[in-house]
Design a protein around this ligand. Structure first.
Ligand code: MN
Length: 261
């Protein structure tokens, strides 16, 4: 064997090893956190769900410093915006309903900055419950501040059963990303909210709703950001794989984003 041939063979082996290990690198998914009692917190169900879907979960601490937010966005390949309190209606030019719940101004500011900067950088993003509502508000949409006082014929959206159980049905828009991930048949989801999307943000569409017309999922036209009003992590972390495709899709988009970095 000629020496040059041996060297090029060796190079080819090393190169293919590098390419395959690069391709197998798991994407990093940043998860938004909040502060409670002086501690940074996130429900471990989100962490488990990202792991189950093949991503590396990291927690993003609450900050309202734009430079720090950009530093975190440099680290991650995808984002999950988590559930939580009500959102200040001032963000969509409404005064508070008497039935508005607790709002956390710092968390609103952090979450909205994180979403707007992530979307501008084309970082894939999944919003869950409050996270879905915030995605809508951050991109120019509005919310129903309180379902019981604003939705005629409303069903129960604050279930008493654990989050690993579905409590109401949703109808999924056929042809949507949600239909691709979950199928287009009516299905039961869990429900822990009293706010919901009202006017969907420009560039987004409603892709699932409950029978009382409450929005249960939205997605962007470019497919990079999407959200669910229900909590898929409640099922996935309990070992139910029905909603795992939602997290697997985020991880897939994040892998594609990482490859372009
Ligand atoms: Mn619901």
């Amino acid at each position: 064997m000629k020496k040059t041939f041996k060297i090029s063979l060796l190079l080819a082996v090393v190169l293919s090893f590098c390419i395959s290990s690069y391709a197998q690198k798991k994407p990093v998914i940043g998860i938004s956190t909040y502060v409670e009692g002086g501690s940074a917190r996130v429900n471990s169900t989100y962490i488990k769900s990202v792991r189950n879907a093949g991503g590396i979960p990291v927690c993003i601490p609450l900050t309202t410093n734009e430079k720090e937010i950009d530093e975190y966005l440099e680290l991650v390949d995808g984002i999950i915006m988590t559930g939580g309190e009500d959102i200040s209606p001032l963000y969509y030019n409404e005064d508070p309903s008497p039935f508005l719940g607790e709002v956390v101004p710092d968390r609103d500011a952090f979450d909205i900055m994180l979403i707007q900067r992530a979307v501008a950088k084309k970082i894939p993003l999944l919003g869950i419950c409050r996270g879905e509502q915030l995605l809508n508000v951050a991109m120019g949409g509005t919310l129903i501040q309180d379902i019981p006082s604003q939705v005629e014929g409303f069903i129960q959206h604050k279930q008493k059963a654990p989050s690993s159980f579905g409590s109401h049905m949703i109808i999924i828009e056929s042809g949507s990303l949600m239909a691709k991930l979950l199928g287009d048949q009516p299905m039961a989801v869990n429900s822990f909210h009293h706010q919901a999307v009202k006017d969907v943000a420009p560039g987004y569409s409603v892709t699932a709703a409950s029978k009382d017309g409450v929005v249960e999922a939205i997605e962007s036209k470019d497919g990079l950001s999407f959200g669910t009003q229900f909590h898929p992590e409640g099922f996935v972390s309990a070992g139910n794989k029905t909603f795992l495709p939602i997290f697997q899709h985020l991880v897939k988009l994040a892998s594609e984003y990482a490859a372009k970095k």
